[in-house]
Design a protein around this ligand. Structure first.
Ligand code: RFL
Length: 412
């Protein structure tokens, strides 16, 4: 059997794994990345598309956002409709200038892969890590199709239900919530670009429309928990979207449905993101519903923080990784609270009798008007939504610092 060794083994080449791998290589560390999907499958998986201001600013500083900023679009307004009223939330202005970037996740992943390989990094595609076990000294050993990989640290950037979390002795699972509804998720051709995210708070259930590219939009439709896709043909989906979102006129209308699915709506945060030399980042540690467009953004923020903490730990700073865990669990709960609050605004309480729906909608309209109005509440919502401020993490390494750490290439 082949036995290889590395300083940091990164499991998963999604946004968290790729950003982490970039940063660690720039810090002079020896990094090995395993991704279970083939390269083309990885770069073809459409998911997120709405990126926070601070995440893109961070990637831009690192020189990892050239195509994103050249081809992506900036969005600073969203529309929330309720009881026939359409409220525009100008969160770009309310936040003091923070706006989203719209750029599909699969294109960002493609760009990060391209650049990583161009910089001399390697990724083992189509190579799932089957298990992670400790050696006699408690160091992680990863079982892969290419043999064993011994590492000083293993980082699970492997999404929910990952193998690294499964190697935590008593599991990493923490509190979670299963929401009393699901969302149909739809990618559809559109006849004109989505000018702004649109949320519909509707007596028939929530619906949402998000921008992706000039001719493709992402749509969401609330359905009962446990709903199966079979009952929803293309015509029924399109009709419900048009009805709830009030589409037509200047707003795009969904045409051909390119991808449909049902998202089981849940949120969860792991109890721990660290066990000894095992670490978790991104969806491996926390999953959040897409309501506030936060999952990918949190994954990149975890990676940025860990990319500062891991080199510090290798340099003997015992508290660095616990600091990572503490900061990022706090951040995960802030994100979870924001997304949960937004979901509460966007959905009527489960089981509400029809005669009480107007009352509940009227209360929601009040809340929507409050977050759209200038003042502390509007500003706080806008800053959270757009991801104002800066990410904590290493910036561009100055040449002197880079050569100082360039010798850290062997597992310790
Ligand atoms: P990922 O992207 O799931 O990547 C994990 C990678 O690990 C690989 N893997 C393994 N590789 C090797 N060995 C193993 N044993 C492995 N097990 C797994 C997988 O193949 C995969 O490539 O996790 P990461 O990096 O933490 O990134 C998280 C984001 O992908 C996720 O949070 C977002 O997509 C969530 N999300 C959104 N987030 C946003 O910030 N903004 C959005 O607009 C947004 N929209 C969305 C979304 C998620 C959605 N769905 C499908 C849940 C819209 C949707 C519909």
């Amino acid at each position: 059997m082949t036995i290889r060794s590395t300083t940091v083994a990164v499991v998963g080449a999604g946004p968290a794994g790729l950003v982490l791998a970039h940063l660690l290589r720039r810090a002079g560390l020896d990094v090995t990345v395993h991704e279970r999907l083939t390269r083309s499958a990885l770069e073809g998986a459409a998911r997120a598309g709405v990126l926070e201001h601070r995440v893109v600013e961070y990637l831009r500083r690192l020189g990892l956002a050239d195509r994103l900023t050249a081809e992506g679009e900036r969005h600073g307004r969203c529309e929330i409709s309720c009881l026939g009223e359409e409220v525009t939330v100008d969160y770009g202005a309310l936040s003091g200038g923070a706006r989203h970037w719209v750029y599909p996740q699969q294109l960002l992943v493609r760009d990060l892969v391209d650049r990583y390989l161009a910089d001399g990094g390697t990724i083992a595609f189509g190579s799932p890590v089957e298990a992670v076990v400790p050696d006699a000294a408690g160091r992680p050993v990863l079982r892969t199709p290419d043999g064993e990989l011994r590492a000083a640290y293993a980082v699970g950037c492997d999404g929910a239900h990952g193998v690294v979390a499964a190697a935590f002795p008593d599991g990493a699972e923490g509190p979670g919530r299963r929401y009393p509804y699901d969302w149909l998720t739809v990618l559809a051709r559109i006849d004109r670009p989505v000018a702004a995210v649109r949320y519909a708070v509707h007596a028939d259930g929530f619906a949402g429309m998000m921008p992706r590219t000039a001719d493709v939009g992402r749509f969401y439709l609330e359905v009962p928990a446990g709903e199966r896709l079979e009952g929803w043909d293309a015509d029924r989906i399109r009709a419900a979207l048009v009805h709830r979102l009030g589409l037509g006129g200047a707003a795009p209308v969904p045409g051909e449905l390119l991808e449909t699915g049902v998202l089981r709506m849940r949120g969860r945060v792991a109890r721990r993101m660290r066990h000894g030399r095992l670490l978790l980042a991104g969806d491996a540690a926390h999953t959040v519903t897409p309501s506030g467009a936060k999952g990918l953004n949190s994954a990149v923020a975890d990676a940025a923080d860990l990319a500062g903490a891991l080199p510090a730990a290798l340099d003997g700073d015992d508290g660095a990784l616990d600091g990572y865990q503490r900061r990022r669990l706090e951040a995960a709960w802030r994100t979870q609270e924001f997304s949960d609050r937004l979901l509460d605004l966007l959905h009527l309480p489960a089981g509400l009798p029809p005669e009480q729906r107007e009352f509940a909608l009227r209360l929601r309209l009040e809340r929507i008007r409050r977050i759209a109005a200038p003042g502390p509440e509007g500003a706080a919502f806008a800053r959270d939504y757009a991801g104002a401020g800066e990410l904590a993490g290493p910036g561009v390494w100055p040449p002197a610092q880079r050569s100082a750490v360039a010798s850290r290439t062997t597992a310790r």
